[in-house]
Design a protein around this ligand. Structure first.
Ligand SMILES: Cc1cc2nc3c(=O)[nH]c(=O)nc-3n(C[C@H](O)[C@H](O)[C@H](O)COP(=O)(O)OP(=O)(O)OC[C@H]3O[C@@H](n4cnc5c(N)ncnc54)[C@H](O)[C@@H]3O)c2cc1C
Length: 423
């Protein structure tokens, strides 16, 4: 039996001469024999239990909403709040966490299966990602005992959080942020502005990056404060996406008083937390991204059948090309997952973020093309689901910007993967 380490519990075995059905993947070994890749019995039992839970409990509104976000009109809908709480209470919110944090001490491989199963059904865990995906893990890693107690509430969705990183003059170059926090006795006084702050309109708390030492080199004078969004001096002005939805905002801070006890980690050590927060954001994204793309290719293929254009050479070629690309992304993702599990970082994630966000745009474009002229209409009195692909195309631009733009990912690949000199 060949050694196998990617992922840790993926079972590798020499296959018979033929490529038997039932194997997840079959690779040719250097000796010309086939190697089957499949999950072990514990992972398959985990998957079966999860599927049974999802089929029994997932609300109809959640299915197919994976990349959907809450919008201006609806806020965070009641079904989404109830679903997030149910996932937490059943130990299915973040399976790798212990029970009191909404998990079940799942292994990394089981967590991977979890992310794949949700994404392949188009199921979201939550319609507001900052609390469960970024703030909770950051509080658990860097917060004091009292602050860590905020994590279960963030995970369950009982507290809605926003993240105050970007500013008008500090986006890709986050370390240039200039929102000031000055110490005054047992409090900080905060002045400045954040922008593109997702869910700020509904958030109760902000995980906010502020400058606490203006004289230090720019990476060294940053701290993190927990700011109550209903504090005097906080003003939120919603911003509309290109799709017309408004789920991010500008946030203005004018002489906002924040208790000194709300400092997370050490004073002026916020850059370390920034890196932690972004790692949490990137760590699990690829599985969602890749499985989500596979889901979209399935929808497009079904659509080609419905429209009677499945024999068209161009359509077949586009779908097959997309499928081949996603298959290679998945293989790269497994490689990155293995490195990430060992070292908590892997440059593959930049490539996967870049490739999957750019590909989600081109698949939506293909959807518009498949629908022909009607694909561009947003009026569903002409065609069922009108605007589905056009809106998705517009919305998917955001994925190539949020969490580090495509250009920044290319810089990272150039420097850290290819070893090219910094600009
Ligand atoms: C949907 C969405 C949700 C978001 N949510 C949040 C949130 O909750 N909290 C938060 O703090 N922020 C949030 N952001 C902001 C996001 O992090 C920033 O938009 C992103 O980091 C880019 O910063 P910027 O918009 O200021 O663009 P800039 O940094 O000003 O970049 C402008 C252009 O220049 C390019 N560029 C910049 N520097 C370089 C370089 N060195 N080399 C090559 N090209 C470069 C960029 O790629 C881009 O095309 C969100 C953004 C989006 C789209």
């Amino acid at each position: 039996m060949p050694a196998c380490s990617t992922p840790a519990t993926l079972v590798c075995r020499w296959a018979a001469d033929d490529n038997r059905s039932g194997a997840n993947t079959a690779l040719s070994s250097s000796e010309g024999r086939l190697v089957e890749l499949g999950w072990g019995p514990e992972e398959e039992a985990f998957r079966a239990e999860l599927i049974e839970f999802l089929e029994r409990e997932a609300p109809a509104e959640a299915v197919g909403r994976d990349f959907a976000t809450a919008g201006e009109d609806e806020g965070i809908p009641e079904w989404a709040r109830a679903w997030q709480a149910k996932l937490f209470d059943s130990g299915w919110l973040v399976p790798g966490y212990p029970r009191h944090l909404g998990g079940r001490d799942a292994t990394p491989s089981q967590s991977l299966i979890y992310a794949e199963e949700l994404a392949s059904r188009g199921l979201p865990r939550s319609l507001h990602f900052p609390g469960y995906a970024i703030v909770a893990p950051s509080l658990l890693d860097f917060g004091n005992q009292e602050q860590r107690q905020l994590a279960p509430l963030a995970l369950r969705g009982d507290t809605i959080w926003c993240i105050g990183m970007s500013e008008p003059e500090a986006g890709s170059d986050l370390a240039s942020l200039s929102t000031r926090a000055e110490r005054d006795g047992d409090r900080f006084v905060v002045n400045g502005q954040k922008v593109w702050t997702s869910y700020a309109t509904w958030a109760e708390k902000c995980f906010c990056y502020v400058r606490t030492d203006a004289d230090a080199p720019k990476h060294k004078g940053i701290s993190v404060l927990i700011i109550d969004m209903n504090s005097k001096g906080v003003e939120v002005r919603p911003l509309k996406h290109i799709t017309g939805k408004a789920n991010f905002a500008e946030v203005f801070f004018t002489d906002v008083e924040v208790p000194a006890a709300n400092l997370v980690g050490s004073l002026n050590d916020g850059w370390r937390i920034t890196m932690g927060s972004l790692a949490h954001e990137r760590g699990g994204l690829w599985v969602q991204g890749v499985a989500g793309l596979e889901h979209v290719i399935g929808v497009l293929t079904e659509q080609a059948h419905q429209l009677g254009i499945e024999s068209d050479v161009g359509v077949r070629r586009s779908l097959a090309h997309a499928y081949a690309q996603v298959a290679s992304l998945r293989a790269l993702g497994y490689k990155g997952f293995s490195t990430f599990a060992k070292t908590s970082s892997s440059p593959e994630h930049s490539f996967l973020k870049l490739a999957s966000s750019e590909m989600s745009k081109s698949l939506a474009e293909l959807g518009v093309q498949l629908e022909g002229g009607l694909g561009t209409t947003l009026d569903d009195s002409y065609i069922d689901h009108a605007g589905r692909w056009a809106n998705t195309l517009l919305a998917n631009f955001a994925a190539t910007i949020a969490g580090g733009t495509s250009e920044i990912q290319r810089n990272i690949i150039a420097e850290r993967v290819l070893g090219l000199p910094r600009q």
